[in-house]
Design a protein around this ligand. Sequence first.
Ligand SMILES: [Cu+2]
Length: 180
Amino acid sequence: MSQAFHIAAPPSGGRTKFLRRFNERVGLAVLAFVVLFFGAQAVCAHEFKAGDLEIEHPWSRATPTGAKVAGGYFTITNKGNAPDRLLSISSDVSEKAELHEMGVKDGVMTMRPVVGGLEIPAGGKVALAPGGYHLMFVGLKRQPKQGEEFAATLTFEKAGAVNVEFAVEGMGGGMDDHAN
Ligand SMILES: [Cu+2]
């Protein structure tokens, strides 16, 4: 009992100082965490709108030196009453960009260009993700680095040209669909 009382007793001056400093440090650490967390969230949750289309979180992966291709991923939601179609992609990061589809043929994962563009159904959602539909930046002019963003233009049949930024994430994580 007396020990418990001792702990609960008002601290001496020195101890108050120590506690105040401790609290300040904890406060700073929490602040740093909040900034890091929400800062990262802000990058990760970026979104672009064009007409009825919402393009969520375009991202790519950092590539090792010498790599010639990089993937591109995002989710498109079509809030309109008519389908739209992603027709082409361009970016300064590479000589060209293609729309690809992954599939399994005779037990082997294959990748082929999507012919005629990618339809975004009315009221629908299409995800470009590792292992499925994806963009491929072909003929990289430089290696995208983790933490940076690079610009690209997505051209749709109805919504027209939409400028987006691809956030470059780390090399690991997710399913790697390219022999980078
Ligand atoms: Cu591909």
